[in-house]
Write a protein that binds this ligand. Structure first.
Ligand code: ZN
Length: 71
């Protein structure tokens, strides 16, 4: 993983669900009641990135973005 991340102790919102893991913010989660920050540990981030790369390879170089989406 090469991205610069700010790590902190907290709950991993991805696959392992550990509650005292080293986690980094990975993005907002939009639910019907609002938007909350989502955090994940390095192991789960790696798993997520593997899935994302597989998806990118499968669908080619064009990524669909919603209008107005910011990074
Ligand atoms: Zn995790």
């Amino acid at each position: 993983m090469t991205r610069a991340a700010q790590w902190q102790r907290g709950t991993c919102w991805l696959y392992c669900r550990r509650t005292d893991a080293l986690v980094a913010w990975i993005g907002p989660v939009h639910v019907s009641g609002g938007t909350v920050p989502m955090y994940a540990c390095p192991d789960c981030l790696n798993a997520l990135e593997r899935m994302a790369y597989q998806r990118l390879r499968a669908q080619g170089p064009h990524i669909h973005r919603r209008a107005g989406e910011q990074r």
